[in-house]
Design a protein around this ligand. Structure first.
Ligand SMILES: Cc1cc2nc3c(=O)[nH]c(=O)nc-3n(C[C@H](O)[C@H](O)[C@H](O)COP(=O)(O)O)c2cc1C
Ligand SMILES: CCCCCCC(=O)C(=O)O
Length: 377
């Protein structure tokens, strides 16, 4: 439970929420500090998007094109953030999106992020392009639930091996990222002639240093069932922006779909996640997954506050994931930095839920929202 109640602070005590999280999470300040802490081309790789970065810039704004309609007189005196994701319990519906090459942000890389997520009770998604192995990150999670994100490798044997290892290492789901058949055109990286630092460990994709790895052949719908069988794990398809694609994923055996623009890093001018989400939710609403349970929908992209997260839950997402905020947390404070971001966002979400009369993530629904006519769309 992450209820917020007021308590008088001791003289000299820093403001904190009652659950120990920061009283105020300033992600803009964190990003500024990360920019100073990182080499300029590494910061650009993490921060940047595709082409003119229109999608990147629109993502946070898109959540803010909705307005909340708080419920009052409902007797909601605390907000319980606990949920289940594909049957796995989580303390919060705010999870960590997979992001690559974390060893450039902090020497402990994915191990630090894993410890932070475990401490926060937040679901962790580990990228194929990690600087620690599938197994090393699983053991840093110390039994806390995590998912493994799979990119197809050039060698089919290698891809199959990663899927099997994820199952054997105790990950709870396999996330197939389908929006990266090739790398997007990232102007900042082209301008910087960005190359991965020499010696950066490509733990799951042994390759010489240089430009970020190119993926193997694109996924097809037939891969969904095949990789569920190979890994023994439920499959989540990440990078879906259309209802028809979402339904095709479900019919092919996906247990969940994850609405995402890949942080605006792949195709520019794509529909923001906040606007694609309702179409995807409508398309798969009530559809059973392979185990008969309802298919779940998740979302990421530009979620920067508790109210953004509440809008996403109200639109039908079961969980929201954050990428860059955790990058800035890791770069500036290692595991503690990531933990502060996750706790801060969850505390903000709990606060927004209380103020809107929402007792739990499942209690959030479209009645909470209106698209305001006077706002620019
Ligand atoms: C630096 C960086 C690396 C990423 N690497 C991966 C990856 O390896 N696999 C993947 O599925 N998505 C990857 N993503 C996309 C994220 O999972 C997520 O979709 C996106 O960051 C969410 O948007 P946000 O950063 O605005 O929160 C990456 C994103 C960033 C910023
Ligand atoms: C095998 C593909 C590597 C992709 C690099 C990581 C990534 O997803 C990104 O957005 O950057």
């Amino acid at each position: 439970m992450t209820g917020l109640t007021q308590r008088r602070r001791e003289p000299g005590e820093q403001p904190r929420s009652t659950d120990g999280g920061p009283a105020h999470l300033d992600l803009d300040d964190l990003e500024t500090r990360a920019r100073s802490a990182l080499p300029a081309e590494v910061f650009d790789y993490y921060a940047g998007g595709a082409d003119a970065e229109v999608t990147l810039g629109e993502a946070p704004q898109a959540w803010r094109s909705w307005r909340l309609r708080p419920r009052v007189l409902r007797g909601v005196d605390h907000a319980d953030l606990t949920t289940t994701l594909l049957g796995t319990p989580a303390a919060t519906p705010v999870g960590v999106a997979p992001w690559a090459y974390q060893g450039m942000a902090h020497p402990d890389g994915e191990l630090a992020t894993a410890r932070a997520a475990a401490g926060a009770g937040a679901l962790l998604t580990v990228s194929t392009s990690a600087t620690h192995t599938v197994e090393e990150v699983a053991s840093a999670s110390a039994g806390a639930p995590a998912w493994f994100q799979l990119y197809r490798q050039h060698s089919p044997v290698h891809t199959d091996d990663l899927a099997r290892r994820a199952g054997a290492a105790g990950y709870r789901a396999l996330v197939l990222t389908v929006d990266l058949p090739v790398l997007g055109r990232r102007r900042r990286d082209l301008r910087n002639d960005f190359a991965l630092p020499a010696g950066l460990r490509m733990a799951n994709q042994p390759a010489p240093g240089g430009a970020p790895a190119e993926p193997g052949p694109p996924w097809t719908a037939a891969d969904i069932g095949r990789f569920a069988d190979l890994s023994g794990l439920p499959v989540v398809v990440k990078g879906v922006l259309r209802g028809d694609d979402a339904l095709a994923c479900v019919r092919a055996g996906a247990s969940a779909v994850w609405v995402s623009t890949h942080g605006g890093r792949q195709v520019d001018l794509v529909v923001p996640s906040a606007h694609a989400l309702p179409e995807v939710v409508d398309a798969v609403l009530g559809e059973p997954g392979p185990d008969g349970a309802d298919v779940e929908v998740y979302v990421d992209g530009g979620v920067r506050s508790g109210t953004d997260a509440l809008v996403a839950l109200a639109l039908g997402a079961r969980a929201v994931f954050v990428g860059r905020p955790t990058v800035w947390g890791l770069a500036t404070g290692g595991a503690a930095g990531v933990r502060a971001v996750l706790d801060g966002l969850s505390a903000e979400l709990a606060h927004a839920m209380l103020l809107c009369g929402v007792a739990s993530p499942a209690d959030a629904g479209p009645d909470l929202l209106v698209r305001s006519g006077w706002l620019p769309r």
